[in-house]
Ligand binder design. Structure first.
Ligand code: SAH
Length: 222
């Protein structure tokens, strides 16, 4: 089995193993296709390429990590992406999650608070021809009102509480997928849905471990 196929196999296995928490026995074929297509090895540091397809997180510099493949696939699936959707990501990191989403929706806006990471992800995504992703250097707590409302919002860093702006910027019927809890060992991955009538429902999916969502960009946005 090659590296990509073994990664896909691990995702299928872990999806099956966690189905009682996630409510998903299998992920959508579109999501699995995107996981198969996007070259994950390009999003990890060069000296770690041999480990790129292992089902675990990897360091990407600046104290940050690229999430493990299963979590990327699950969070993407929980967003229920449709081809015409416009989505917002908070926490660009390597750009890998944004690249996966870019294969599934019309447009992705992604916010990154660490400027060099934003710059590197922007360059890599352009190099790979993923031209429907826009990476912005900003603190994601405020979301991105300019292009709201969104068909889905994904946060890939742990928030101690759900930033209200992100719920405001959801379309009715859309979901926010976000790990919530104190930084440290584990948080709860939540799916927050804004119903058509504007009310909000919340579901706990799985215990996860993310780097913290921090405040402020230091030097300011660009
Ligand atoms: N989605 C990424 C993984 C990101 S790790 C990937 O696929 O590689 C979490 C990222 O969130 C880090 O890069 C971190 O710098 C960023 N981050 C933390 N707090 C943030 C904030 N308030 N706004 C935007 N990005 C933030």
């Amino acid at each position: 089995m090659n590296d990509v196929n073994s990664m896909l196999q691990d995702i299928r296995w872990e999806t099956e193993a966690t189905r009682r928490y996630t409510g998903r026995a299998a992920l959508s074929p579109r999501v699995m296709q995107a996981m198969a297509e996007v070259p994950r090895e390009r999003f990890v540091p060069e000296d770690m390429r041999a480990l790129a397809f292992r089902n675990g997180p990897l360091p990407i510099g600046h104290g940050q990590t690229i999430s493990q493949p299963f979590i990327v696939a699950l969070m993407t699936d929980l967003l229920e992406p449709e081809p015409d959707d416009v989505m917002l990501e908070v926490g660009t990191g390597s750009g890998y999650q944004a690249a996966i989403l870019s294969r599934l929706v019309r447009k992705v806006y992604s916010l990154e608070v660490i400027e060099p990471l934003a710059r590197r992800a922007r360059a890599l995504l352009a190099d790979l021809g993923y031209d429907n992703v826009e990476v912005l250097h900003a603190d994601g707590h405020a979301g991105l009102p300019e292009h709201a409302p969104y068909d889905g919002i994904i946060v890939t860093a742990a928030a101690s509480t759900v930033p209200p702006a992100l719920i405001e910027q959801l379309k009715p019927g859309a979901r926010l997928v976000i790990p919530v809890g104190r930084p440290g060992w584990s948080q709860v991955l939540k799916v927050i849905e804004k119903r058509i009538d504007g009310s909000v429902s919340e579901r706990d999916v799985l215990d996860v471990a993310f780097v913290p969502l921090t405040h402020g960009t230091g030097a300011g946005g660009d």
